[in-house]
Design a protein around this ligand. Sequence first.
Ligand code: AMP
Ligand code: MG
Length: 413
Amino acid sequence: VRAEVISIGTELLLGHIVDTNKGHISRKMAEIGIDVLRHSTVGDNPKRLSALLRRSLLRSDIVFTIGGLGPTVDDITVETVSKTLSRKLVFNKQIAKQVRSYFKRRRYKFPEHSLRQAYVPEGAICPKNDVGTAPGLIIPLKDKVLICLPGPPVELVPIVQRDIIPYIKKHFKATEFIKSHSIRLAGIPEATVNTRVKDLLKLSGSTTLGIYARLGEVELKITSKAKSEKEYKKNVKKIVTKIRKRLSSFIYGTDDESLEEAVGILLKRNKKTLAIAESCTGGLISDRITNVSGSSKYFKMGVIAYSNKVKTSILGVPTEILKKHGAVSKECALSMAKGIKKIANADIGISVTGIAGPGGGTKKKPVGLVYITLVIDKKNISKKYLFSGKRNDIKILTSQLALNLIRTNLING
Ligand code: AMP
Ligand code: MG
């Protein structure tokens, strides 16, 4: 089964936005054994789109278009598709109702021209769009299909999952599929991971392993081509077992799991509560912790103690420490962590203080210098790091290392 993807939008050709949708569709198709053999992009130009559609429908079984389904004048997909396929546009009551209710729920006056979106090519199946007003279109063509999807990823992603994948599975017979499984690691550099799995990275054939470094974490991705789910699982398991044996304490999760989720699970399992005092991260660690649903079970409070005054008045850092060692010091970090643990009455207090740059560094305390301290029960652990990168990189790295410090202290707890 051959598929291809056409992205529509002048903004894509101008490089104003990055096309994330075609990658998403390709990954999803690979997972169900559909080969995506071409990606193309055209501007909001009916002639060029029409020419490309004709060619694509000759050579591919499944053609996706992305974008241009909106109500504005530069949205040309529906009209162009209708002309190219010689299918007239018919009014779809159901869509009209959905479009009206979209505006009603938002208390907007209904813009009459939005009814344009209720006209769809004859014979089209229209998957519902729960997020925006543009419906998706599945247009069956003898043994082929043209699928038109809305451009905004928040709209496209759920339609692909809920309607497109089941449709394709039902109407097309795939032989082999390609799927990936990720193992996520923190607290270990890419080079060390590389050394430990060198032999596996050289694998070739139906199952391969890739290594990807991100800020403060490493991803190992096992990709396998298989004929059945059972065969896929067997292929993946063989490698997962080896990786786990060699790197177990650094693995925090798999696939889309985040470090903050892993920390949350461990806090719940250990029945521990957490409080965070942040300086250079400006609240990022608390933000990440609270991105996890149910975090109120273990997260007690966060303080962004940016000024020295607040470090003293709120967290109780003695002025002598600030005078003698400065705000970016091991002593200050320890005092901040003890302070937040006490005022929140939490089991764990963690603090970060550092110089995120690009200004503010000195010879003795350069940009990237970060102290992280964890206080748990009667124990405290202090870490000193010298990160490099831009201001935001240093903030992200600091949050990664802080979360990982909590994690490593809980896994054996
Ligand atoms: P459109 O339906 O073409 O008007 O697209 C609406 C919006 O969706 C655009 O302004 C973009 O923000 C987004 N969008 C469209 N196509 C893509 C794409 N291929 N990848 C990511 N975002 C897109
Ligand atoms: Mg557009």
